[in-house]
Design a protein around this ligand. Sequence first.
Ligand SMILES: [Zn+2]
Length: 456
Amino acid sequence: MSESATYDATACVSPAPARSGRRGTRPSRGSRTRPGSQAPRLAAELGPSDPGAPRSRLAVAIDDLAAVDIDALSDAELRQHLADLRQPLARLTALRASWSASLESRIIAGAPPQQRGAAQREGRLAFADEHQLTPSEAKRAVEAGKAARQHPETGQAFLAGDLSPEHVRVIDEVLGAVDAEHRELLEPQLLDLARGRHAVRFGRDARALLASFSPEDAAEAGKRKLARRRVRATDTADGGFAFSGLLYGTAAETARVALDAFTRPDVAGEHRTPEQRAADGFEQLCAAALRTDAAPSQHGARPQVLVVMDAEQLAHHEHRDGTGTARFARSGQPVTSTELGPLLDDCQLIRIVLDAERTPIEVSEAVRTVPVGLWRALLVRDGGCTWPGCDAPAAWCDVAHGHTPFARDGRLAPDNAALLCRRHHRRFDNGPWRIEVRGGQVSYQRTGRGVRNRSP
Ligand SMILES: [Zn+2]
Protein backbone atom coordinates (compact mmCIF):
# COMPACT_ATOMS: atom_id res chain seq x y z
CA MET A 1 0.00 0.00 0.00
CA SER A 2 1.23 3.45 -0.80
CA GLU A 3 1.15 5.91 2.07
CA SER A 4 -1.05 8.18 0.00
CA ALA A 5 -3.42 5.50 -1.24
CA THR A 6 -6.89 6.76 -1.99
CA TYR A 7 -9.97 4.74 -1.32
CA ASP A 8 -13.12 4.59 -3.35
CA ALA A 9 -14.51 1.12 -2.94
CA THR A 10 -18.17 0.27 -3.34
CA ALA A 11 -18.09 -3.27 -2.11
CA CYS A 12 -21.76 -3.77 -1.80
CA VAL A 13 -25.02 -4.18 -3.52
CA SER A 14 -25.88 -2.62 -6.84
CA PRO A 15 -29.07 -3.00 -8.78
CA ALA A 16 -28.96 -4.95 -12.00
CA PRO A 17 -28.86 -3.51 -15.48
CA ALA A 18 -31.69 -4.44 -17.83
CA ARG A 19 -31.39 -7.91 -19.27
CA SER A 20 -32.96 -7.30 -22.61
CA GLY A 21 -32.33 -10.91 -23.66
CA ARG A 22 -34.90 -12.13 -21.14
CA ARG A 23 -37.75 -10.00 -22.39
CA GLY A 24 -38.98 -12.33 -25.11
CA THR A 25 -42.29 -13.07 -23.41
CA ARG A 26 -43.71 -9.57 -23.73
CA PRO A 27 -41.74 -7.90 -26.45
CA SER A 28 -44.07 -5.11 -27.48
CA ARG A 29 -46.40 -4.59 -24.56
CA GLY A 30 -44.47 -1.75 -22.94
CA SER A 31 -43.86 0.23 -26.08
CA ARG A 32 -47.43 -0.15 -27.25
CA THR A 33 -49.07 0.71 -23.92
CA ARG A 34 -46.92 3.56 -22.74
CA PRO A 35 -47.55 6.38 -25.20
CA GLY A 36 -51.32 6.01 -24.99
CA SER A 37 -51.52 5.81 -21.23
CA GLN A 38 -48.94 8.53 -20.59
CA ALA A 39 -49.91 11.08 -23.22
CA PRO A 40 -52.69 12.87 -21.28
CA ARG A 41 -50.54 13.01 -18.16
CA LEU A 42 -47.58 14.49 -20.04
CA ALA A 43 -49.79 16.92 -21.87
CA ALA A 44 -51.28 18.18 -18.61
CA GLU A 45 -47.83 18.61 -17.15
CA LEU A 46 -46.02 20.18 -20.04
CA GLY A 47 -48.54 21.65 -22.43
CA PRO A 48 -49.37 20.99 -26.11
CA SER A 49 -47.29 18.75 -28.31
CA ASP A 50 -45.73 21.66 -30.20
CA PRO A 51 -42.00 20.91 -29.75
CA GLY A 52 -41.21 24.47 -28.67
CA ALA A 53 -44.07 24.86 -26.23
CA PRO A 54 -43.36 22.31 -23.44
CA ARG A 55 -39.95 23.67 -22.75
CA SER A 56 -41.08 27.25 -22.58
CA ARG A 57 -43.98 26.49 -20.22
CA LEU A 58 -41.68 24.45 -18.03
CA ALA A 59 -39.09 27.23 -18.05
CA VAL A 60 -41.75 29.77 -17.04
CA ALA A 61 -42.84 27.57 -14.14
CA ILE A 62 -39.26 27.14 -12.95
CA ASP A 63 -38.62 30.89 -13.27
CA ASP A 64 -41.66 31.49 -11.04
CA LEU A 65 -40.21 29.13 -8.44
CA ALA A 66 -36.78 30.73 -8.66
CA ALA A 67 -38.37 34.14 -8.05
CA VAL A 68 -39.77 33.08 -4.65
CA ASP A 69 -38.12 35.13 -1.92
CA ILE A 70 -37.08 32.30 0.36
CA ASP A 71 -35.69 34.68 2.98
CA ALA A 72 -39.27 35.81 3.56
CA LEU A 73 -40.46 32.25 4.22
CA SER A 74 -40.79 30.67 7.64
CA ASP A 75 -38.82 27.49 8.27
CA ALA A 76 -42.00 25.45 7.87
CA GLU A 77 -42.84 27.13 4.57
CA LEU A 78 -39.33 26.63 3.26
CA ARG A 79 -39.48 22.98 4.29
CA GLN A 80 -42.80 22.64 2.45
CA HIS A 81 -41.39 24.32 -0.67
CA LEU A 82 -38.48 21.92 -0.60
CA ALA A 83 -40.81 18.94 -0.15
CA ASP A 84 -42.93 20.19 -3.07
CA LEU A 85 -39.91 19.92 -5.37
CA ARG A 86 -39.55 16.19 -4.82
CA GLN A 87 -42.25 14.92 -7.12
CA PRO A 88 -41.67 17.26 -10.11
CA LEU A 89 -37.95 16.47 -9.92
CA ALA A 90 -38.65 12.74 -9.76
CA ARG A 91 -41.06 13.00 -12.69
CA LEU A 92 -38.56 14.91 -14.80
CA THR A 93 -35.84 12.40 -13.93
CA ALA A 94 -38.18 9.59 -15.02
CA LEU A 95 -39.05 11.42 -18.19
CA ARG A 96 -35.41 11.93 -19.03
CA ALA A 97 -34.69 8.25 -18.40
CA SER A 98 -37.64 7.19 -20.53
CA TRP A 99 -36.85 9.53 -23.42
CA SER A 100 -33.15 8.64 -23.37
CA ALA A 101 -34.07 4.94 -23.55
CA SER A 102 -36.36 5.60 -26.53
CA LEU A 103 -33.66 7.60 -28.28
CA GLU A 104 -31.16 4.83 -27.66
CA SER A 105 -33.51 2.23 -29.15
CA ARG A 106 -33.85 4.36 -32.27
CA ILE A 107 -30.07 4.88 -32.52
CA ILE A 108 -29.47 1.14 -32.24
CA ALA A 109 -32.22 0.27 -34.71
CA GLY A 110 -30.85 2.78 -37.22
CA ALA A 111 -27.24 1.54 -37.06
CA PRO A 112 -25.85 -1.29 -39.22
CA PRO A 113 -25.85 -4.53 -37.18
CA GLN A 114 -22.09 -4.66 -36.74
CA GLN A 115 -21.95 -1.05 -35.51
CA ARG A 116 -24.78 -1.18 -32.99
CA GLY A 117 -22.51 -1.54 -29.97
CA ALA A 118 -20.44 1.47 -30.99
CA ALA A 119 -23.57 3.50 -31.79
CA GLN A 120 -24.98 2.70 -28.34
CA ARG A 121 -21.75 3.74 -26.61
CA GLU A 122 -21.51 6.99 -28.57
CA GLY A 123 -25.16 7.78 -27.89
CA ARG A 124 -24.70 7.26 -24.16
CA LEU A 125 -21.57 9.39 -24.03
CA ALA A 126 -23.36 12.20 -25.87
CA PHE A 127 -26.30 11.89 -23.46
CA ALA A 128 -23.93 11.95 -20.47
CA ASP A 129 -22.11 15.05 -21.76
CA GLU A 130 -25.27 16.92 -22.58
CA HIS A 131 -26.80 16.25 -19.17
CA GLN A 132 -23.56 16.58 -17.19
CA LEU A 133 -23.89 13.00 -15.96
CA THR A 134 -21.04 10.59 -15.37
CA PRO A 135 -21.04 7.70 -17.87
CA SER A 136 -22.33 5.36 -15.15
CA GLU A 137 -25.15 7.76 -14.21
CA ALA A 138 -26.12 7.97 -17.88
CA LYS A 139 -26.04 4.18 -18.16
CA ARG A 140 -28.26 3.78 -15.09
CA ALA A 141 -30.73 6.35 -16.41
CA VAL A 142 -31.04 4.67 -19.82
CA GLU A 143 -31.35 1.24 -18.24
CA ALA A 144 -34.07 2.47 -15.90
CA GLY A 145 -35.91 3.97 -18.88
CA LYS A 146 -35.70 0.65 -20.73
CA ALA A 147 -36.82 -1.31 -17.69
CA ALA A 148 -39.78 1.04 -17.21
CA ARG A 149 -40.92 0.24 -20.75
CA GLN A 150 -40.70 -3.49 -20.08
CA HIS A 151 -42.92 -3.30 -16.99
CA PRO A 152 -45.86 -0.96 -17.66
CA GLU A 153 -47.14 -0.64 -14.08
CA THR A 154 -43.63 0.18 -12.94
CA GLY A 155 -43.29 2.61 -15.84
CA GLN A 156 -46.43 4.46 -14.74
CA ALA A 157 -45.24 4.68 -11.13
CA PHE A 158 -41.86 5.91 -12.39
CA LEU A 159 -43.41 8.67 -14.51
CA ALA A 160 -45.71 9.63 -11.64
CA GLY A 161 -42.58 10.37 -9.58
CA ASP A 162 -43.09 7.47 -7.15
CA LEU A 163 -39.85 5.65 -7.98
CA SER A 164 -36.21 6.56 -8.55
CA PRO A 165 -34.22 5.06 -11.44
CA GLU A 166 -32.53 2.79 -8.88
CA HIS A 167 -35.91 1.49 -7.68
CA VAL A 168 -36.86 0.71 -11.28
CA ARG A 169 -33.63 -1.18 -11.84
CA VAL A 170 -34.26 -3.26 -8.70
CA ILE A 171 -37.77 -4.09 -9.89
CA ASP A 172 -36.39 -5.06 -13.29
CA GLU A 173 -33.77 -7.28 -11.65
CA VAL A 174 -36.37 -9.11 -9.56
CA LEU A 175 -38.99 -9.41 -12.32
CA GLY A 176 -36.30 -10.56 -14.74
CA ALA A 177 -35.64 -13.54 -12.46
CA VAL A 178 -39.15 -15.05 -12.73
CA ASP A 179 -41.45 -16.18 -15.51
CA ALA A 180 -44.26 -14.08 -17.00
CA GLU A 181 -46.99 -15.50 -14.73
CA HIS A 182 -45.04 -14.80 -11.56
CA ARG A 183 -44.07 -11.39 -12.89
CA GLU A 184 -47.69 -10.25 -12.86
CA LEU A 185 -48.10 -11.39 -9.27
CA LEU A 186 -44.85 -9.87 -8.08
CA GLU A 187 -44.94 -6.46 -9.75
CA PRO A 188 -47.75 -4.92 -7.61
CA GLN A 189 -46.12 -6.30 -4.45
CA LEU A 190 -42.80 -4.73 -5.43
CA LEU A 191 -44.45 -1.39 -6.12
CA ASP A 192 -46.05 -1.51 -2.66
CA LEU A 193 -42.71 -2.41 -1.12
CA ALA A 194 -40.93 0.50 -2.88
CA ARG A 195 -43.05 3.13 -1.13
CA GLY A 196 -41.14 4.98 1.55
CA ARG A 197 -38.00 2.88 1.18
CA HIS A 198 -34.72 4.22 -0.18
CA ALA A 199 -33.23 2.18 -3.01
CA VAL A 200 -30.70 0.18 -0.97
CA ARG A 201 -33.29 -0.88 1.60
CA PHE A 202 -35.85 -1.54 -1.11
CA GLY A 203 -33.32 -3.70 -3.00
CA ARG A 204 -32.67 -5.77 0.11
CA ASP A 205 -36.38 -6.22 0.83
CA ALA A 206 -37.20 -6.92 -2.82
CA ARG A 207 -34.61 -9.70 -3.02
CA ALA A 208 -35.92 -11.13 0.25
CA LEU A 209 -39.40 -11.13 -1.30
CA LEU A 210 -38.05 -12.94 -4.36
CA ALA A 211 -36.28 -15.48 -2.14
CA SER A 212 -39.52 -16.25 -0.26
CA PHE A 213 -41.51 -16.30 -3.50
CA SER A 214 -39.15 -18.54 -5.47
CA PRO A 215 -35.89 -19.64 -3.82
CA GLU A 216 -34.73 -21.32 -7.05
CA ASP A 217 -35.13 -18.15 -9.09
CA ALA A 218 -33.46 -16.11 -6.36
CA ALA A 219 -30.49 -18.49 -6.36
CA GLU A 220 -30.19 -18.29 -10.15
CA ALA A 221 -30.37 -14.49 -10.07
CA GLY A 222 -27.62 -14.43 -7.42
CA LYS A 223 -25.41 -16.66 -9.57
CA ARG A 224 -25.89 -14.49 -12.65
CA LYS A 225 -24.94 -11.42 -10.67
CA LEU A 226 -21.63 -12.94 -9.56
CA ALA A 227 -20.38 -12.56 -13.12
CA ARG A 228 -20.43 -8.80 -12.59
CA ARG A 229 -17.99 -8.89 -9.65
CA ARG A 230 -14.95 -6.71 -10.10
CA VAL A 231 -12.27 -4.68 -8.42
CA ARG A 232 -10.35 -2.13 -10.42
CA ALA A 233 -7.18 -0.58 -9.09
CA THR A 234 -4.92 1.98 -10.66
CA ASP A 235 -2.02 4.26 -9.81
CA THR A 236 -2.89 7.93 -10.02
CA ALA A 237 -0.72 10.74 -11.36
CA ASP A 238 -0.48 12.32 -7.92
CA GLY A 239 1.04 9.19 -6.37
CA GLY A 240 -2.17 7.65 -5.04
CA PHE A 241 -3.71 4.23 -5.46
CA ALA A 242 -7.32 4.50 -6.60
CA PHE A 243 -9.66 1.58 -6.62
CA SER A 244 -13.32 0.80 -6.97
CA GLY A 245 -15.20 -2.41 -7.10
CA LEU A 246 -18.38 -4.34 -6.76
CA LEU A 247 -18.88 -7.56 -4.85
CA TYR A 248 -21.92 -9.71 -4.27
CA GLY A 249 -23.14 -12.34 -1.88
CA THR A 250 -20.59 -13.89 0.45
CA ALA A 251 -17.75 -11.84 -1.01
CA ALA A 252 -19.65 -8.60 -0.34
CA GLU A 253 -20.44 -9.65 3.22
CA THR A 254 -16.83 -10.76 3.88
CA ALA A 255 -15.59 -7.35 2.73
CA ARG A 256 -18.20 -5.53 4.84
CA VAL A 257 -17.31 -7.52 7.95
CA ALA A 258 -13.54 -7.17 7.44
CA LEU A 259 -13.69 -3.43 6.80
CA ASP A 260 -16.04 -2.93 9.73
CA ALA A 261 -13.73 -4.93 12.00
CA PHE A 262 -10.75 -2.68 11.27
CA THR A 263 -12.61 0.62 11.18
CA ARG A 264 -12.51 2.32 14.54
CA PRO A 265 -14.46 5.31 15.85
CA ASP A 266 -12.66 8.59 16.49
CA VAL A 267 -11.01 9.04 19.88
CA ALA A 268 -11.12 12.35 21.75
CA GLY A 269 -9.74 15.18 19.63
CA GLU A 270 -9.88 13.19 16.41
CA HIS A 271 -12.22 14.41 13.67
CA ARG A 272 -12.26 12.20 10.58
CA THR A 273 -14.86 12.01 7.85
CA PRO A 274 -16.57 8.62 7.41
CA GLU A 275 -14.49 8.19 4.25
CA GLN A 276 -11.27 8.88 6.17
CA ARG A 277 -12.31 6.41 8.88
CA ALA A 278 -12.93 3.76 6.23
CA ALA A 279 -9.60 4.57 4.52
CA ASP A 280 -7.75 4.13 7.83
CA GLY A 281 -9.65 0.89 8.44
CA PHE A 282 -8.75 -0.37 5.00
CA GLU A 283 -5.07 0.42 5.46
CA GLN A 284 -5.09 -1.37 8.82
CA LEU A 285 -6.86 -4.35 7.26
CA CYS A 286 -4.19 -4.59 4.54
CA ALA A 287 -1.34 -4.18 7.05
CA ALA A 288 -2.83 -6.92 9.24
CA ALA A 289 -3.26 -9.21 6.21
CA LEU A 290 0.42 -8.82 5.29
CA ARG A 291 1.45 -9.64 8.86
CA THR A 292 -0.27 -13.01 8.94
CA ASP A 293 1.28 -16.29 7.90
CA ALA A 294 -1.68 -16.73 5.56
CA ALA A 295 -0.31 -14.15 3.10
CA PRO A 296 0.96 -16.06 0.04
CA SER A 297 4.74 -16.02 -0.24
CA GLN A 298 6.70 -14.91 -3.29
CA HIS A 299 10.09 -16.56 -3.86
CA GLY A 300 9.92 -17.89 -0.31
CA ALA A 301 9.40 -14.46 1.26
CA ARG A 302 6.11 -13.14 2.59
CA PRO A 303 4.92 -10.03 0.75
CA GLN A 304 5.89 -6.86 2.57
CA VAL A 305 5.94 -3.16 1.90
CA LEU A 306 9.49 -2.67 0.66
CA VAL A 307 11.18 0.69 0.79
CA VAL A 308 14.46 1.39 -0.98
CA MET A 309 16.59 4.04 0.71
CA ASP A 310 20.29 4.60 0.13
CA ALA A 311 22.71 4.68 3.03
CA GLU A 312 23.22 8.43 2.81
CA GLN A 313 19.47 9.10 2.97
CA LEU A 314 19.08 6.66 5.85
CA ALA A 315 21.77 8.60 7.71
CA HIS A 316 19.86 11.81 6.96
CA HIS A 317 16.77 10.24 8.42
CA GLU A 318 18.53 9.00 11.51
CA HIS A 319 20.51 12.16 12.26
CA ARG A 320 18.29 14.99 11.10
CA ASP A 321 14.82 14.06 12.24
CA GLY A 322 13.48 12.53 9.09
CA THR A 323 14.77 14.49 6.14
CA GLY A 324 15.70 11.43 4.10
CA THR A 325 14.00 10.40 0.89
CA ALA A 326 13.28 6.93 -0.45
CA ARG A 327 11.05 5.08 -2.86
CA PHE A 328 8.56 2.26 -2.56
CA ALA A 329 9.88 -0.83 -4.33
CA ARG A 330 6.52 -2.08 -5.66
CA SER A 331 5.30 1.14 -7.25
CA GLY A 332 8.51 3.14 -7.57
CA GLN A 333 6.71 6.08 -5.94
CA PRO A 334 9.00 8.48 -4.09
CA VAL A 335 8.36 8.97 -0.40
CA THR A 336 9.96 11.05 2.35
CA SER A 337 11.15 9.47 5.54
CA THR A 338 8.71 11.71 7.43
CA GLU A 339 5.85 9.97 5.65
CA LEU A 340 7.55 6.65 6.29
CA GLY A 341 7.81 7.28 10.03
CA PRO A 342 5.68 4.38 11.24
CA LEU A 343 7.33 1.92 8.85
CA LEU A 344 10.93 2.95 9.59
CA ASP A 345 10.37 2.72 13.33
CA ASP A 346 9.42 -0.92 13.17
CA CYS A 347 10.83 -2.75 10.18
CA GLN A 348 13.48 -5.09 8.89
CA LEU A 349 16.59 -3.51 7.45
CA ILE A 350 18.41 -5.32 4.65
CA ARG A 351 21.70 -3.88 3.47
CA ILE A 352 22.37 -4.30 -0.25
CA VAL A 353 25.76 -3.20 -1.57
CA LEU A 354 25.83 -2.10 -5.24
CA ASP A 355 28.85 -1.80 -7.52
CA ALA A 356 29.53 1.20 -9.79
CA GLU A 357 27.01 -0.15 -12.33
CA ARG A 358 24.41 -0.46 -9.54
CA THR A 359 24.54 -4.24 -9.64
CA PRO A 360 23.96 -5.82 -6.22
CA ILE A 361 27.16 -7.47 -5.02
CA GLU A 362 26.30 -8.16 -1.38
CA VAL A 363 23.06 -8.66 0.52
CA SER A 364 23.05 -8.73 4.30
CA GLU A 365 20.73 -10.67 6.56
CA ALA A 366 17.60 -8.82 7.60
CA VAL A 367 17.98 -6.93 10.88
CA ARG A 368 14.87 -5.98 12.82
CA THR A 369 14.82 -2.43 14.13
CA VAL A 370 12.67 -3.73 16.98
CA PRO A 371 14.21 -6.73 18.73
CA VAL A 372 11.84 -9.59 19.52
CA GLY A 373 12.48 -9.21 23.23
CA LEU A 374 11.38 -5.57 23.21
CA TRP A 375 8.29 -6.41 21.19
CA ARG A 376 7.31 -9.03 23.75
CA ALA A 377 7.97 -6.65 26.65
CA LEU A 378 5.74 -3.99 25.04
CA LEU A 379 3.11 -6.60 24.26
CA VAL A 380 2.90 -7.48 27.94
CA ARG A 381 3.09 -3.87 29.14
CA ASP A 382 0.83 -2.14 26.58
CA GLY A 383 -1.38 -4.96 25.32
CA GLY A 384 -2.47 -2.84 22.32
CA CYS A 385 -2.50 0.72 21.02
CA THR A 386 -1.50 3.10 23.82
CA TRP A 387 -3.19 6.19 22.34
CA PRO A 388 -5.83 7.47 24.79
CA GLY A 389 -9.21 5.97 23.95
CA CYS A 390 -7.98 3.60 21.22
CA ASP A 391 -8.78 -0.10 21.61
CA ALA A 392 -6.78 -1.42 18.63
CA PRO A 393 -5.26 -4.80 19.59
CA ALA A 394 -1.52 -5.48 19.65
CA ALA A 395 -1.65 -7.39 16.36
CA TRP A 396 -2.42 -4.10 14.58
CA CYS A 397 0.33 -2.15 16.27
CA ASP A 398 3.78 -0.88 15.33
CA VAL A 399 6.44 -0.09 17.86
CA ALA A 400 6.76 3.69 18.02
CA HIS A 401 10.04 5.25 19.02
CA GLY A 402 9.77 7.59 21.94
CA HIS A 403 11.21 10.98 22.61
CA THR A 404 14.85 10.13 21.84
CA PRO A 405 15.61 9.16 18.23
CA PHE A 406 17.75 6.04 18.18
CA ALA A 407 20.41 7.82 16.12
CA ARG A 408 21.00 10.13 19.07
CA ASP A 409 21.75 7.21 21.26
CA GLY A 410 18.07 6.79 21.82
CA ARG A 411 18.46 3.14 22.58
CA LEU A 412 15.17 1.39 21.88
CA ALA A 413 14.06 0.34 25.31
CA PRO A 414 10.67 -0.04 26.96
CA ASP A 415 10.98 3.43 28.48
CA ASN A 416 11.54 4.93 25.01
CA ALA A 417 8.94 3.02 22.98
CA ALA A 418 5.26 2.10 22.92
CA LEU A 419 2.74 0.21 20.82
CA LEU A 420 0.61 2.37 18.51
CA CYS A 421 -1.84 1.36 15.80
CA ARG A 422 -0.95 2.66 12.35
CA ARG A 423 -3.20 5.67 12.43
CA HIS A 424 -2.13 6.80 15.90
CA HIS A 425 1.50 6.09 15.09
CA ARG A 426 1.13 8.50 12.16
CA ARG A 427 -0.69 11.03 14.35
CA PHE A 428 2.06 10.79 16.95
CA ASP A 429 4.82 11.14 14.35
CA ASN A 430 3.24 14.16 12.71
CA GLY A 431 2.01 15.98 15.79
CA PRO A 432 3.48 17.85 18.71
CA TRP A 433 3.60 14.79 20.97
CA ARG A 434 6.05 13.26 23.36
CA ILE A 435 5.83 9.81 24.95
CA GLU A 436 6.12 9.60 28.70
CA VAL A 437 6.49 6.22 30.33
CA ARG A 438 6.01 6.16 34.12
CA GLY A 439 5.61 2.97 36.07
CA GLY A 440 4.44 0.99 33.08
CA GLN A 441 1.90 3.67 32.10
CA VAL A 442 2.30 5.37 28.73
CA SER A 443 1.01 8.89 28.24
CA TYR A 444 1.32 11.46 25.49
CA GLN A 445 2.20 15.04 26.28
CA ARG A 446 1.92 17.99 23.93
CA THR A 447 5.30 19.62 23.39
CA GLY A 448 3.72 22.92 22.41
CA ARG A 449 5.27 22.82 18.97
CA GLY A 450 3.01 22.39 15.97
CA VAL A 451 5.27 20.06 14.05
CA ARG A 452 6.78 16.63 14.44
CA ASN A 453 9.12 16.77 17.36
CA ARG A 454 10.78 13.72 18.71
CA SER A 455 13.86 15.46 20.07
CA PRO A 456 14.48 15.49 23.81
ZN1 LIG B 1 -4.74 3.48 18.02
